[in-house]
Design a protein around this ligand. Structure first.
Ligand SMILES: Nc1ncnc2c1ncn2[C@@H]1O[C@H](COP(=O)(O)OP(=O)(O)OP(=O)(O)O)[C@@H](O)[C@H]1O
Ligand SMILES: [Mg+2]
Length: 261
């Protein structure tokens, strides 16, 4: 059976894409859902978070996209959790995509995921902060795009562009079906005026596209990500961040079930 595919993407850097993709993946795997993380960012932050600082892999996302004949090797992180890592070589991806004919270049990821998705319930693709060819591939490959939106006034500026871009790809028909966009409010500080105002603006711009879970700005998130640990571990038990990511996991599973009912 085909896996449910999700792209975690937004053109704003540091909004929480990698944090969302990796923590959600850990949470899903802990609930017994076989999950694959696909690192589509040459910064390789998801790879480092999940696997530690290794730089040599037998198979990477550069192979996934550009070497369709090569047999995939997935890296196992945990029970039920695997990753296709990225290395710095992936920084060539945009140029390589541009060099391919237009009937081929947007469909590389969509076709590639068919070769690796067997046995997985969920695929989470972590993207770099850009709306280029890899992004278009991800939107075509993944029916749902999760866009972390940082609650600050600079981050908000990109929201309408992202909505427009995804609506255009959806409307063009190339994706073979409508795309769903979920915004996730991240780094929220309810007790500070400016972020609170920013969150209100996000609510206004995103409407029903905004997930109900709010991820707080919290030291526990930075600690977990810095050490490459699931926020669900016992040491983070009393943190608001663990409660928020648990709520996100519940909301995600609820929506995923409805979408595929
Ligand atoms: N809720 C949070 N509270 C505090 N720090 C956070 C939170 N979410 C993410 N961070 C920190 O912010 C930084 C950026 O997060 P992350 O790497 O997830 O963003 P990103 O959108 O993937 O960035 P990029 O665009 O570079 O890929 C990291 O250092 C991370 O630990
Ligand atoms: Mg990232």
């Amino acid at each position: 059976m085909a896996a449910q595919r999700y792209a975690v993407a937004v053109q704003k850097g540091g909004a929480g894409k990698t944090t969302t993709a990796t923590q959600l993946a850990w949470g899903l795997a802990a609930r017994g859902k076989r999950t694959l993380v696909v690192d589509l960012d040459a910064q390789a932050n998801a790879t480092v978070t999940l696997l530690g600082a290794k730089s040599e892999f037998p198979y990477t996302t550069t192979d996934l996209l550009f070497a369709p004949g090569k047999a995939p090797t997935l890296q196992q992180v945990d029970n039920n959790l695997y990753v296709i890592p990225a290395t710095l070589r992936f920084s060539m991806a945009e140029r390589q995509i541009l060099s391919l004919p237009p009937y081929e270049s947007p469909f590389l990821l969509s076709n590639a995921l068919k070769r690796v998705e067997s046995g997985f319930e969920f695929i989470l693709c972590d993207l770099s902060p850009a709306l280029g060819g890899v992004f278009v591939n991800a939107v075509i490959a993944c029916p749902t795009i999760i866009a972390p939106a940082e609650a600050n006034h600079l981050a908000i500026q990109g929201v309408p562009d992202l909505q427009e871009e995804i609506a255009r790809i959806s409307a063009s028909g190339v994706a073979g079906g409508p795309r769903t966009l979920w915004f996730l409010a991240t780094k929220c500080c309810e007790h500070q005026m400016a972020p609170r105002e920013a969150l209100k603006t996000i609510q206004g711009l995103c409407g029903k596209q905004l997930l109900r879970t709010r991820i707080p700005r919290a030291a526990a998130v930075e600690q977990a990500m810095g050490k490459g640990l699931p926020i669900f571990e016992a040491r983070f038990r009393d943190s608001a961040a663990q409660a928020a990511f648990t709520a996100l996991l519940e909301e995600f599973l609820e929506l995923a079930e409805t979408a595929h009912a």
